[in-house]
Design a protein around this ligand. Structure first.
Ligand SMILES: CC(C)(COP(=O)(O)OP(=O)(O)OC[C@H]1O[C@@H](n2cnc3c(N)ncnc32)[C@H](O)[C@@H]1OP(=O)(O)O)[C@@H](O)C(=O)NCCC(=O)NCCS
Length: 253
């Protein structure tokens, strides 16, 4: 008798194996990025921003290396810029949770300093998001006096350089629907609705959207990026998925 083969079962096993390997590879990419000393080091030209009478020096640091005063400024600026927006949607504002999020061990900061004074920051993380290696931009906050001078755009470009140099598949971020200025800003920078962005249904209205920009060197943007992505469910896989749900978004309460 010849050997019997269950082709469908074999295909499924192979597919699962492929997904597991992909996830392991993605985790290695994320871990390597998190081991960097200074992600800005390959881009010395991008350490300075000089435009519209704003002179800024940029640096990147892990949260563990930031002075307590800088963390206080980060928290206070976030609260100053976002308190009303959070309060007026279902997220609400919670000092303790926001501080916890801003100081979580995996947080990296891109800091903008002008004349010895901090004027803007981005909190970002290298992370797995639905199994994909991504740079997740949790916050981009600038002091009002430097708004609309090109600094926000420059800082997002720096994040993209860092992400793509380190083989992240995309830069992802969450934007509140009640922030038309931020939505216009990200639209101007060509961020699109991500495939993981949730869609309202009759039970839930989501106050936010998830936007992204793909690393064109690695992957082309899916044609229907706005559709929900299916997530592999194998336990060994899900244990690797550090952020396989809305908590990978900056504002999970
Ligand atoms: C949103 C924010 C980061 C933008 O940074 P910025 O340095 O002010 O923006 P830029 O000068 O780089 O703008 C780049 C482009 O984005 C668009 N844009 C920026 N701010 C905008 C606004 N308030 N309204 C409409 N479009 C805007 C414009 O097209 C602009 O180009 P232009 O000035 O040549 O027209 C900054 O305003 C900020 O910190 N706001 C408060 C916090 C916030 O909302 N953060 C985002 C949270 S999700």
């Amino acid at each position: 008798m010849g050997r019997k083969t269950n082709t469908k079962g074999k295909e499924k096993r192979l597919q699962r194996k492929e997904e597991q390997l992909k996830l392991i590879a993605a985790k290695i990419v994320v871990d390597n990025a998190n081991k960097l000393e200074d992600p800005l080091q390959p881009f010395p030209v991008f350490r300075k921003f000089s435009k519209n009478n704003v002179e800024v020096e940029l640096s990147v640091s892990k949260v563990a290396n930031l002075h307590a005063d800088v963390i206080d400024w980060i928290f206070n600026l976030t609260k100053k810029n976002m308190f009303e927006k959070y309060k007026s949607c279902s997220w609400g504002w919670n000092d303790v949770k926001k501080r916890e999020e801003l100081t979580e061990e995996s947080a990296w900061y891109l800091l903008a300093k002008s004349n010895n004074e901090y004027v803007g920051f981005s909190h970002f993380r290298f992370d797995l998001d639905y199994g994909d290696e991504v740079l997740y931009c949790y916050e981009l906050q600038l002091e009002k006096k430097v708004h609309r001078k090109g600094l926000g755009k420059f800082m997002m470009q720096v994040l993209e350089l860092i992400a793509f140099k380190n083989n992240m598949k995309k830069v992802v971020l969450t934007v509140l629907k009640n922030c038309p200025e931020a939505k216009s800003f990200y639209a101007a920078l060509k961020y699109n609705m991500d495939e993981t962005s949730p869609t309202n249904d009759y039970e839930t209205e989501y106050p936010y959207e998830i936007l992204s920009k793909y690393n064109k060197r690695l992957v082309s943007e899916p044609p229907n990026a706005h559709l929900q992505k299916s997530v592999p469910q194998t336990p060994s896989i899900s244990s690797l998925m550090m952020n396989n749900h809305c908590c990978s978004s900056p504002h999970c309460h």
